[in-house]
Design a protein around this ligand. Structure first.
Ligand SMILES: [Zn+2]
Ligand SMILES: [Zn+2]
Length: 851
């Protein structure tokens, strides 16, 4: 028998597969092949010269196993790979090691592709793409222009997130707990003019589709929360003593039923500032407060933690429901970005309003009583608990209610629905019903509000696709331009794309709020497409998440020179059938990509609005119980393991750790078990399969039950239990080798093929097969072998009766041993002693002999 020389064998098959195009589907439409197209996509990696991380390999193998199953089930599987190489991550790495990002990209690309070759995935190599390739980003720029034309891209001055270390603005989605998603620096707020995509136009649509999508639940929950829809009403308060153009304030509230409890209004410092620009001559104290607060603006995450500050504006508003005059305050606990920048304060029923009212001594008015509230009343020497309706007729009703109000004012707000009190003709009404009646009465509008804000798309960095826009000062002054709200701005002519990223020496971020491209005169000097006068190119680049928001559309069309994607292929290959990737992208990539797909569909550039039929998030891989990190020195380098044990062993081990969606704990010791398993498979082939095997119904049952179980496990991404079943199958084969013929062997190899593609290919050919095992058909379980009869088997330890266990009739020794070993009492029976041997009488008894 030959040695299992995995190194030689893996390299050889990788070469043959590529040469024969085993994993290259027939992309053309209509399909000449009878096989059904299946688009199996994995999130493409962002490369760094450190190379492929074992976490990447974990994700890619899990996705590849699924693709291989689908291929063997008769589909024409398209499994592309590429590099998400533009963006801050790659650029920061180049900066760190002191090379030019362009040069670094070439180095990383080579290294990554070499590693990706070695892991043995069924990639369609001819369709790879890199986002920094001008042939690719030409179309990223084209996508930008389509959005611009449709009014979905705009430029606006706004308070935005600024990372002082990355020296660029960031989208809200890229700020986690007040910190930069890339470098963990504290994010600051700056007022800057930036490019945005109008993702908020799709808020409702993005939310609604989630209900019918086959996506991992945790991603759907994260997206729902991020989009953050709340139902309520918009209500206008007139300003009674305004000496300038603002005569009313609009607020959004989810609790219009508490309108009678409004005792003051609060506006954000930003709104106050904008009023001043409109002619509001506020007092000195107010001006000072606004200036100071804007400088030290608390972030969204800090509101609620930090002590609230405020200042009375000296303006008064009129509560539309009862014409009461209420003061207008300014405070930093109202955020500028949400809603109107103004709120109605109901301190009796809102925690933040309550704290503010207490601090500044503002009135608190209780207007809702919880449904289950009980009132303890002493009357005529009798003590009794009443609920609200029983209380109504009580002679002391008013004083009891005011007692309740006092307790709220003392103890804190109650933020629940219930029954209205102190609310004029609405008193006694259920608060849910009262919401819309009160809204109607005051002429308010029923409305939804979303937490989601527009996607900030420009970056003041070098390593990205230049935003393909031109600004003309003269046209701006004349009020000309392609979009009314962005005077002077024109898109670059589509035939002039790509706007190539120049190779500049000075690529470091400047920190001035401008990209390094603003230092390159040759780059930014251009002609106005409209008046042909002197104009200036946009020097910001686009967010790297724009590159990845449409890449799946390009894969089948990478060869196309004249279009971003071949429309004939849309019907055949889209939407993507299965998408697998990390959950950390739930409100970044996975939200952006859905938005872009919807926008493209609306522009009739594609024929689907959801890009991925199914999405599954894989779990996180850890090492010896701890998160992998360079500082801990516990990062697994996949190259090392492939070198020592082969790609097949590493793949199989990674998938054996735990259910794929859960992640796993990598331990060198347990890897050896898997290595031994594959060696045993190899060794088992050292026999002649040409003869006729001894008939054995037990073995047939094992084979067919395994087919069923493994198929179901693979479909459900429970790869670990599928591998366990393969191990049990091999035990059975070894125990009854004379009954194992070529048929059984081929079935076993097919079931193992998704995990160990090289080893199985080699053994498959050693059986005389000429075509690749990966193009063979997945075995089908025969129903007649699936019926399970069960028997009760006696368990003995040292010949002594310990109990019985129900197992399938014909269960093999290995299976029964494992089943007994799993019993909670088993350890107790062994009493710390080791097992010397096991005596097994099939269908009858299992006896453990101890040392
Ligand atoms: Zn940063
Ligand atoms: Zn012009």
């Amino acid at each position: 028998m030959k040695k299992y020389d995995f190194k030689k064998l893996e390299a050889r098959w990788q070469k043959i597969w590529e040469k024969e195009g085993v994993y290259q589907p027939n992309l053309k439409a209509p399909s000449a092949s009878r096989r059904k197209p299946f688009y199996n996509l994995m999130m493409f990696p962002y490369p760094s010269a450190e190379g492929l991380h074992v976490g990447n390999m974990y994700a890619f193998t899990g996705s590849d196993v699924y693709g291989r199953l689908k291929r063997m089930q008769g589909n024409d599987v398209f499994e592309p790979i590429g590099l998400d190489g533009f963006g801050i991550h790659s650029e920061n790495y180049a900066l760190k090691i002191g090379t030019h990002p362009m040069r670094q990209a070439a180095i990383s690309e080579k290294r990554f592709y070499k590693q990706l070759q070695k892991i043995g995935n069924g990639f369609a190599w001819r369709n790879r793409l890199e986002t920094y390739d001008p042939d690719y980003y030409r179309w990223t720029q084209w996508v930008f222009i389509q959005l611009w034309k449709k009014g979905l891209a705009y430029r606006k001055k706004q308070t935005v997130n600024w990372c002082p270390s990355c020296k660029t603005v960031l989208a809200d989605e890229q700020v986690e707990g007040g910190k930069c998603e890339r470098c963990s620096s504290e994010v600051e707020q700056r007022d800057l003019e930036q490019w945005f995509f109008r993702i908020t136009k799709y808020s409702d649509h993005l939310l609604k589709n989630l209900d019918k999508m086959d996506w991992s639940e945790k991603i759907k929950i994260a997206q729902r929360n991020w989009i953050g829809k709340s139902e309520g009403a918009s209500i206008k308060f007139s300003v009674s003593n305004s000496q300038f153009s603002i005569k009313e304030v609009e607020v959004f509230t989810t609790r219009p039923d508490t309108l009678f409890g409004v005792t003051f209004l609060v506006i954000s410092p930003e709104l106050a500032k904008s009023w001043m620009k409109l002619g509001w001559s506020a007092g000195e104290k107010v001006k000072k407060y606004v200036e100071k607060t804007l400088l030290t603006r608390v972030k969204e995450q800090e509101v609620g933690q930090k002590e609230k500050t405020g200042e009375f504006s000296e303006l008064y508003a009129i509560n539309p429901v009862n014409a009461e005059k209420i003061p207008v305050w300014i405070s930093d606990y109202v955020l500028a970005g949400y809603g109107t920048g103004a709120i109605m304060a109901v301190p009796a029923h809102d925690e933040r309003d309550f704290e503010f009212a207490k601090k500044y001594n503002l009135p608190i008015k209780v207007v809702v009583i919880p449904n289950d509230q009980e009132f303890f009343v002493q009357s005529g020497g009798v003590n009794k608990n009443y609920n609200f309706s029983e209380l109504k007729g009580h002679s002391n009703f008013d004083s009891i209610i005011s007692g309740f109000s006092e307790s709220v004012i003392k103890q804190g707000p109650i933020d629940v629905s219930g029954i209205l009190i102190n609310s004029g003709k609405f008193s006694g009404l259920d608060s849910e019903r009262a919401k819309w009646e009160i809204t109607k009465l005051v002429g308010g509008e029923r409305k939804s509000q979303f937490r989601l804000r527009d996607w900030l798309i420009s970056r003041q960095r070098y390593w990205g696709a230049p935003i393909p826009m031109v600004h003309c000062e003269a046209c701006a002054k004349a009020g000309k331009g392609e979009q009314k709200e962005c005077p002077g701005w024109y898109a670059v002519k589509e035939s002039d794309l790509p706007v190539k990223l120049p190779k500049v020496k000075n690529f470091r971020p400047t920190g001035t709020g401008e990209s390094p491209l603003a230092l390159d005169k040759k780059f930014y000097e251009t002609k106005c497409p409209h008046c042909k006068g002197k104009a200036r190119r946009e020097t910001d680049v686009s967010d790297t998440f724009l590159d990845s928001a449409w890449y799946y559309l390009r894969y089948p069309s990478v060869q196309e020179k004249k279009v971003a994607w071949n429309k004939d292929l849309l019907k055949k290959w889209f939407p993507v059938d299965m998408y697998i990737g990390g959950a950390e992208h739930s409100v970044l990539h996975l939200l952006y990509v859905r938005f872009i797909a919807m926008a493209l569909k609306d522009m009739k550039l594609t024929n689907f609005e959801e890009p991925f039929k199914t999405f599954r998030a894989h779990g996180l891989l850890i090492k010896d119980g701890a998160k992998m990190s360079k500082s801990k020195g516990n990062v697994v380098n996949p190259d090392e393991y492939i070198e020592r044990f082969g790609a097949d062993s590493l793949r199989t081990y990674l998938m054996f750790l735990a259910p794929f969606e859960q992640g796993g704990d990598f331990r060198d010791q347990s890897m050896l078990g898997v290595v031994r398993f594959l060696e045993r498979v190899w060794k088992f082939f050292d026999r002649d399969f040409s003869g006729r095997p001894v008939k054995n119904p037990e073995l047939s049952r094992l084979v067919h039950q395994s087919i069923k179980k493994i198929t179901e496990d693979l479909e459900g991404l429970r790869y670990n239990t599928a591998i366990s079943s393969l191990m049990i199958m091999l035990n059975g084969f070894e125990a009854q080798a004379s009954s194992v013929g070529r048929t059984e062997m081929e079935i076993f190899l097919k079931l193992l093929a998704p995990f160990a593609p090289h080893l199985t290919e080699e053994l498959w050919h050693s059986l005389g097969n000429k075509k690749s095992i990966h193009l063979s058909l997945w075995p089908k379980a025969e129903a007649k072998f699936l019926k399970v009869e069960e028997v009760d088997l006696v368990i003995q330890v040292m010949g002594k009766f310990r109990g019985t266990i129900r197992v399938p009739a014909g269960a093999l020794q290995g299976f029964v041993e494992r089943a007994v070993g799993d019993l909670p009492k088993f350890k107790e029976w062994l009493n710390g002693q080791k097992i010397r041997k096991v005596i097994f009488v099939p269908g009858k008894v299992i006896n453990f002999v101890l040392e």
